[in-house]
Design a binder for this molecule. Structure first.
Ligand SMILES: Cc1ncc(COP(=O)(O)O)c(C=O)c1O
Length: 447
């Protein structure tokens, strides 16, 4: 008997790149690697200054104190800490989370808190319980790439609403809502990052907060308020959360990733009572329970360490890095570039001179040993090619200055090429997909 070639008989022997391609669920079509992810392998080389990733800089954490607390946790409560726990999360931690949220004006009960595996999982669970394929989620333009990935994976349609220097524009939100309703589609929620926005670096003004809530109330739209950076303002008290003034229409998401450490993967959702029940069921089906060990470690840290003092230290460190970035942008960038000056968080949004495509320029930047994230990563519809996100959270001030110097050099070359040959063509392996390369981006102060 003739033997069948391995490539025909078994999926594993197939010559196709992915022999399972015909069997995946339709929703996986939306699961593609983000531009940030694709960049990580190159940008993490030591010779490259990465202004791309948004990794919190936790070098200032007292590792001996954290280590001691974890050792004590294992020695004294190991049998509980290493056991399964409640799907809703550890009760003591939920009380502490309410204390954290009080800093932003939120008066909440621990019963309404669901602990999640980072706030990323909270975005996933909320989308899971609310969205059917084709449902619409309204997002700021631009928006957090990790949330856009979730919405895509659940086959939602993302509709963007514009921002300006004061954050999401209530009139743009209203317009987007009306347009979606007129098209006969259902809006499931507004996903918004009101404080120190990722990637735009701006915050929703105090005057606009009630306006955004009013528009959503009038149109019966739920608000998903994602707030991982709220306590990382440089020169001010925390902004008042949207959830502080609207308990029924808002699901609030928080995280210890930026104020403590992302490795514990502890975040949370604060939700109206009925929604909270559904979230717990969704959490149980996803993970049975969030990791008990991580929750108890975070709880011990909050109980035994000056966590607010630690956040103050983080804020000072990030402010110094923000200063290094905006000063070097001011000193080095070609005149036609614009950017905003963030007063908290991790990010600067930079708008390029007309005709320069951030995605097309990226390989040339990486060759010059500097990385950033092209604006297109933060739009569901291919816009944003004339912008980029620059992160100042991780590199030292010296490295930030060096990174901006390299980036300015790449841009100068790009502008010279444009002068000589017109618009610079995209490189074949990183094509530009933007239909709106003239997009201005949000809130770019001319500096
Ligand atoms: C706006 C926003 N939401 C959510 C997350 C997810 O954070 P985590 O899952 O670590 O809490 C991030 C992380 O960068 C973020 O920037």
């Amino acid at each position: 008997m003739e033997s069948t070639p391995a490539s025909e008989s078994s999926p594993r022997g197939s010559t196709r790149l992915d022999s399972y391609v015909d069997r995946y669920a339709a929703r996986t079509a939306g699961m593609t690697a983000s531009e940030i992810r694709a960049l990580f392998s190159v940008a993490s080389r030591p010779e490259v200054v990465s202004l791309a990733g948004g990794m919190p800089n936790i070098s200032g954490l007292p590792l001996d104190v954290v280590g001691g607390a974890i050792g004590e946790l294992v020695a004294e409560h190991g049998a509980v800490a290493m056991q399964y726990g409640s799907g809703q999360g550890v009760p003591r931690l939920r009380e502490q989370i309410c204390e954290v949220m009080r800093l932003e004006g939120i008066d909440a009960h621990p019963d309404d808190v669901v602990v999640t595996v980072g706030s990323q999982q909270a975005v996933d669970l909320v989308t899971r319980i609310f969205c059917d394929p084709g449902d619409v989620v309204i997002c700021e333009a631009p928006s957090y790439v990790g949330a856009l990935g979730v919405f895509k994976a659940y086959q939602c349609d993302v509709v963007h609403a514009e921002m300006d220097a004061d954050g999401l524009r209530p009139d743009a939100l209203e317009q987007a809502i009306r347009a979606v309703k007129a098209s006969g589609r259902r809006i499931k929620f507004l996903y918004t990052i009101p404080n120190y926005h990722n990637p735009a670096g701006i915050s929703l003004s105090a005057e606009r907060r009630p306006e955004i809530l009013r528009v959503c109330r009038e149109h019966d739209i739920l608000v998903l308020e994602d707030n991982p950076y709220g306590l990382l303002g440089f020169d001010r008290e925390p902004h008042r959360a949207l959830r502080a003034d609207e308990a029924e229409g808002v699901i609030y998401l928080g995280s210890f990733s930026k104020t403590f450490a992302p490795g514990f993967r502890v975040g949370w959702a604060l939700a109206p009572h009925a929604v909270r029940e559904k979230l717990v069921l969704a959490q149980e089906s996803a993970t049975l329970c969030p990791p008990q060990f991580s929750q108890m470690a975070v709880s011990a840290y909050l109980d035994n360490h000056d966590w607010q003092g630690q956040i103050k230290q983080f804020r000072e460190m990030y402010r110094e890095r923000r200063d290094a970035m905006v000063e070097s942008l001011r000193d080095l960038m070609p005149a036609a570039c614009r950017w905003n000056v963030p007063d908290g968080g991790f990010y600067v949004w930079l708008t390029l001179p007309p005709g320069i495509d951030a995605k097309a320029m990226l390989p040339r930047a990486v060759t010059a040993r500097v990385a950033y994230v092209p604006g297109t990563a933060f739009f569901a519809d291919g816009f944003g090619s004339g912008s980029m996100r620059l992160s100042y959270c991780y590199p030292t001030p010296e490295r930030i200055r060096e990174g901006v110097r390299r980036l300015a050099g790449v841009l100068e070359d790009e502008l010279e090429l444009r002068e000589t040959f017109g618009a610079v063509p995209p490189t074949p392996h990183l094509p530009s997909s933007s239909p709106r390369s003239g997009y201005d981006g949000p809130a770019s102060d001319l500096t």
